[in-house]
Design a protein around this ligand. Structure first.
Ligand SMILES: C[S@@+](CC[C@H](N)C(=O)[O-])C[C@H]1O[C@@H](n2cnc3c(N)ncnc32)[C@H](O)[C@@H]1O
Length: 266
């Protein structure tokens, strides 16, 4: 388990800069951890959960924001026809994605640029049936990047987010509630990891951030049982929901995983 600690002596702006800087520094370690299958919880349910959620919607076009080394896009394309695009702010991860998948489309992109409306050419507006954030939303105010992602959704498209809530924190931190935490990567084995600040939010905070930008959580999947590993949120644009009013209401839809509780937001 990777312990998280309260880390509250800096401003959100400082934390934002630290998040991406940590990925620049951690890229090599991350690639090694993926190769060694040593990322906590990934093989006990988290990877399968996101793949199953994508498969249930059979998107023809998929955008993965914060795609890392692109494993998810390769896995999706291995199981069916899908045009995929992966974006990430760490050049070493994009380089690895390209070398592992020369046919795939991967681009270096900082969320700040996407929020400013600067998208790589491979991301035409309103083209994606699914936009994915798989353990790649770490900042406190996620509304700008969610709003930017919404501009890429095709009609009827979905946004899928896998992350943690306060309920996944160790007991000591859980009592402190929503707030900034520090991922130390202690659970990832050896390596000189740069700690990463991340903002841990409550379930209601996820839902209200989505609502604030015109998205609605339509399904919430709790991954891992008996110990919770993560949550998966499926959201849609409210404009689409008013076009298709018979769609189901938000629901809790537990799925099982073998799972130890990793506590890692990755
Ligand atoms: C925990 S990794 C997850 C990678 C991938 N989604 C996966 O499932 O393996 C988080 C990723 O988010 C990316 N990321 C985080 N903040 C970012 C930002 N502000 N701009 C661009 N990429 C960012 C990191 O570079 C990193 O690759």
């Amino acid at each position: 388990m990777a312990p998280s600690e309260i880390h509250d002596d800096k401003t959100t702006n400082n934390f934002d800069a630290e998040i991406l800087a940590s990925w620049h520094r951690n890229a090599r370690n991350w690639l090694e951890a993926r190769q060694a299958n040593s990322i906590p919880g990934r093989h006990s349910g988290k990877d399968t959960a996101i793949l199953n959620a994508i498969a249930a919607h059979r998107p023809a076009t998929l955008l993965d924001i914060g795609c890392g080394d692109g494993w998810l896009l390769r896995a999706v394309r291995d199981t069916g026809d899908c045009v995929t695009v992966g974006l990430d702010g760490a050049p070493a991860l994009i380089e690895s994605a390209k070398s592992q998948d020369p046919q795939g489309c991967y681009q270096v992109a900082d969320y700040r640029d996407l929020c400013d409306g600067i998208w790589p050419e491979c991301c035409p507006s309103k083209e994606f049936d699914a936009v994915i954030f798989n353990f790649s939303l770490f900042t406190q105010d996620i509304r700008p990047i969610l709003s930017a992602a919404k501009t890429r959704l095709a009609q009827g498209g979905i946004i899928l987010i896998q992350s943690l809530t306060v309920e996944h924190l160790p007991a000591r931190s859980k009592t402190a509630g929503e707030g900034w935490q520090l991922e130390t990567f202690n659970g990832f084995g050896d390596g000189n990891w740069a700690p990463m600040p991340w903002y841990c939010r409550s379930m209601s905070s996820w839902i209200s951030a989505l609502q604030d930008v015109g998205l609605q959580a339509r399904q919430i999947i709790r991954v891992g049982r008996p110990d919770p590993l993560s949550i998966l949120i499926l959201a849609k644009s409210i404009e689409d929901i008013s076009l298709f009013p018979r769609a189901v209401a938000p629901q809790d839809n537990p799925i099982s995983g073998d799972a130890e509780n990793s506590g890692s937001n990755l």
